[in-house]
Design a protein around this ligand. Structure first.
Ligand SMILES: Cc1cc2nc3c(=O)[nH]c(=O)nc-3n(C[C@H](O)[C@H](O)[C@H](O)COP(=O)(O)O)c2cc1C
Length: 396
């Protein structure tokens, strides 16, 4: 290649560079560091478009002319210090266009050094980030509003949870023939588990455990509805099938589509030691017989509640004779739906073996130990779902 050709291709390259520089949307500027007041020696067309100033307006001037009344001086200080040390800096600062319009400038300045390390020039790149700042500001205030809204929802959920606790018995009944115990561990969200214990007549107790579908406010409202419907009926009769049948009638058509309740309702007559029960779509209950070290499942396999019309469902009732020392355990599905660290679900036999092994414990201790057993099995410190049990022990 001849020197002439090199020059001509170098010129071509230079033209290309200038064209590229002018096409950029950003402002590109060069200031000379060895002239008085470090004036601009180059600005691209992007700078002209951005600021409204022409090359002729600005060449030979220090770029501080873009600053104005509301330009933050601590940010200008950052630039000043960087230039003094010959370092790079990036800042966001308020600047003013030729027509006086303010804009947010993301400015980056980078030193160009000669072979001795002396800064001869600085390259500046200016971007208009006014819209971005506006969007960030709006986003910030939207996030703030969202956080306030979330606080409000949390507060209301907390209230709903508090009120929901009112439907649980505050004191468990106790007689010389019977001892009751319960464990209720609601998860963070409002869940749909609840239980109730009623004295229907002297020595005759109704024990209910129920699980309403879903979580949140809807579950809270459904637990109220179910609890009130149930209580009104349960105080009138000792037939568990009748109570569940009538509760279903009361709730059917009043529940949101797809919602239902599973329940296990038992009535124990401490005068006769007979236990009647109806299992409506709910996990079976257990009688834990300490004397013979047996666990007897309580099943009556009836459909769930609230989802079917009275013409299409019927609820049956079973009966079992209890003995002194027997314990009755009712619970919701979280007790059997525990997984270990390898995702293996607890087998029913593992659970019943545990019950047999601990069948001599008083009912309150047994329930506490079941909870610990399930937690140990899952290797966690709390449950993923409501964890609810209610039980009683025949003392005599
Ligand atoms: C290459 C270069 C570009 C600059 N561009 C801007 C700019 O767009 N807006 C601005 O407010 N300051 C800009 N400055 C900063 C000012 O020119 C000046 O350095 C700053 O105000 C601090 O120095 P002073 O105390 O002399 O004002 C730039 C500086 C350099 C070196």
């Amino acid at each position: 290649m001849s020197p002439k050709e090199i020059v001509s291709s170098y010129k071509e390259f230079e033209d290309l560079l200038i064209k590229a520089t002018n096409t950029a949307n950003e402002g590109i500027t060069i200031s000379s560091m060895d002239q008085i007041d470090r004036p601009l020696v180059f600005v691209n067309e992007g700078f002209e478009r951005l600021t409204g100033y022409s090359k002729d307006d600005v060449i030979g001037k220090n770029c501080r002319f873009l600053q104005g009344e509301e330009t933050d001086q601590t940010t200008v200080d950052i630039l000043r210090r960087a230039i003094k040390k010959g370092e790079q800096a990036t800042v966001e600062l308020l600047n003013y266009k030729k027509d006086g319009t303010a804009f947010w400038n993301r400015l980056s300045i980078t030193p160009l050094k000669d072979k001795n390390g002396v800064t001869t020039h600085y390259v500046g790149v200016q971007s208009d980030i006014t819209e971005l700042r506006e969007t960030q500001k709006n986003l910030k205030s939207a996030n703030k509003e969202l956080a306030l809204f979330q606080d409000k929802i949390n507060f209301e959920l907390e209230e709903a949870r508090r009120v929901q606790n009112f439907i649980l018995p505050s004191i468990l009944p106790s007689t010389n023939k019977l001892s009751f115990a319960s464990v209720f561990e609601p998860m963070d969200q409002i869940g749909g588990d609840f239980y109730d214990i009623l004295e229907i007549e002297k020595g005759i107790f109704g024990v209910l455990i129920a699980d309403v579908t879903g979580h949140g406010i809807q579950a809270a409202l459904l637990t109220f509805m179910t609890s009130f419907a149930f209580k009104n009926i349960a105080l009138q009769t000792s037939s568990t099938a009748k109570v569940v049948t009538e509760t279903n009638e009361k709730l059917y058509n009043k529940m949101p589509r797809g919602s239902f309740i599973t329940m296990f309702y038992a009535v124990y007559d401490s005068n006769t030691q007979l236990l009647k029960y109806t299992q409506a779509g709910h996990p079976e209950g257990y009688v834990i017989r300490a004397n013979t070290r047996e666990v007897i499942p309580l099943t009556s396999l009836s459909p769930l509640v609230g989802a079917f019309s009275k013409e299409t469902v019927s609820y049956s009732e079973s009966i079992v004779k209890l003995e002194t020392g027997d314990k009755v355990l009712l619970y919701t599905d979280a007790i059997l739906e525990v997984w270990d660290s390898e995702d293996v679900m607890m087998k029913r036999e593992e659970f019943t073996t545990f019950l047999i092994k601990n069948s001599k414990l008083p009912i309150d201790e047994l329930l506490k130990d079941i909870k610990l057993f399930c937690l140990k099995f899952s290797g966690q410190s709390s449950f993923n779902d409501d964890f609810t049990m209610v039980g009683f022990e025949v003392l005599s």
